[in-house]
Design a protein around this ligand. Sequence first.
Ligand code: ZN
Length: 571
Amino acid sequence: MKLLHVLCILFVFLLPAAALDREAFTFTNYRLDVRIEPGQQRLAVRGQITLRNDSTAPQKNVSLQISSTLDWSSIKLAGKAVQFVSQPYTSDIDHRGALSEAIVTLPQEIPSKAKLELEIGYEGVIPLDTTRLTRIGVPEELAKHSDWDQIGTSFTAVRGIGYVAWYPVGVESANLSEGNSLFETLARWKTREGASNVQIHFEVVSATDSPLELAVNAESCKPGSIEAGRGQITSIDCSFEFLAATVPTFAVAPYSVLNQPTLDIHYFPEHKPAAENYELATELALPFVKEWFGTPRGKIKIVELADAKASPFESGNMLMTPLNSDSRIAGLTVVHQLTHSAFLSPRPWIYEGLAHFAQAAYLEQQSGRRAALDFMAQHRTALVDAERSLAAERGSSTSANESLIATSREEFYRSKAMYVWWMLRDMLGEEALKKTLALYRPEQDKEPSYVQRLIEAQSKRDLEWFFDDWVYRDRGLPDFRVESAYPRPLVGGGYVVTVTVENLGEAGAQVPVTLRMEGGEIIRLLEVHAKSKSVLRIEAPGTPQEVIVNDGSVPERDMTNNIFKINPGTK
Ligand SMILES: [Zn+2]
């Protein structure tokens, strides 16, 4: 009771007037001058932002949030300073787990749909910070490979919302320890900001004579002037247009740049052989990608991260990753990026799912089906865990909607979607799927069923059940078991084996069934719908030994019940 009382007082103190709606405004336009001083780890920003009141109520207050290591210096409306209170606001949309929030009190209310232009200024430092991860128990050593953002003397890389609020945003607090709260908050922001425009003039001040290269993931950048020598300033003007898909990000380091027609790599000079490896991998992978997804629309851009164990990050046309000298990994990396460049879709399960599928298919072409299935299996555990925790959540709330068309979870729109494309390829055949992809037009993809209709027109198959189980709804994963396998000897020699496969799960699939026998194996595909059984007869020239359902091409929640030993006595 006492605690509640204290909380009430706090609330009253923080929100003097009406409750603050942090997501009332859409930030429709940013025009920022960003000065980066790596020597001081410093960032200073001046500029204008345009906000539109997209709530239904008039608003008297605006929330502007930046990373908590940055401080607000000024906020003006029509040339006049406006009243604002700056307070710390706990939120995991930033690596520090806290924001500097300016709560601006406007001279008059902004009606619904009306716009507001503010002049803003803020500055501070952006050091490496793992607070939001270490406070939920992630060991420091692991956390810094994931939250690697920083402005530093020798290396700078800073991602936007979800990592570092280096440009102002306005969202309700997100908490990493509360289920999917962070991804849902970010998804709401991206939806609101889908049509927003960001223009940034970057200036990098170098503290030494060595030139610094700036890499930005914007659709277009125009290099500005370079003032050489000590204290040299490099400038560049960039424009971001698809904030629904792009998190504005920049990197600064004494990079060398390898600039090829299909590839642009920013790398550390000592890693030149690795960079050349990626160049070769791109040449080798290009014909495969063209055949499947068409000609890439532009260059792929790879920016090296200084920490060799850093988790890669992709956004817009840029991939940030430590370079790997293993040419197999370089190959998989460039296939993913080339696929993005060749095949656009506004739907993450199509855009990312196909890029992951492309990796598996490329591996299959190079090293065989087993290698591809082993690669896909690396995605399986995370997917099974995500489905399991979701099933537990679903028990308590019915709002959880993680269908592929609605999900904001990476395990779904990446891993599960990869499997969905792989299964579609197995069902339709390579040629039919390639033809469908060639007909796909992102601007026509307005209805969730658009891609299903394209595929059905091409393959002349009814796939409603498949899309229903895997794409439009989240029905979890199948669970196959071989219920029985009866071999019957044939008069002229050999056997016919009658196999019954049961699917205990809520999602159906066409699954490979392997019959192992003396002298080899036979693989057949069998469609087994959710909560049902299907029967298959396989003719075998040799003595049948065992039946295995699912070679790993269908993600399944339990793979321990998939083998059936055929008893020689049951002949
Ligand atoms: Zn991707």
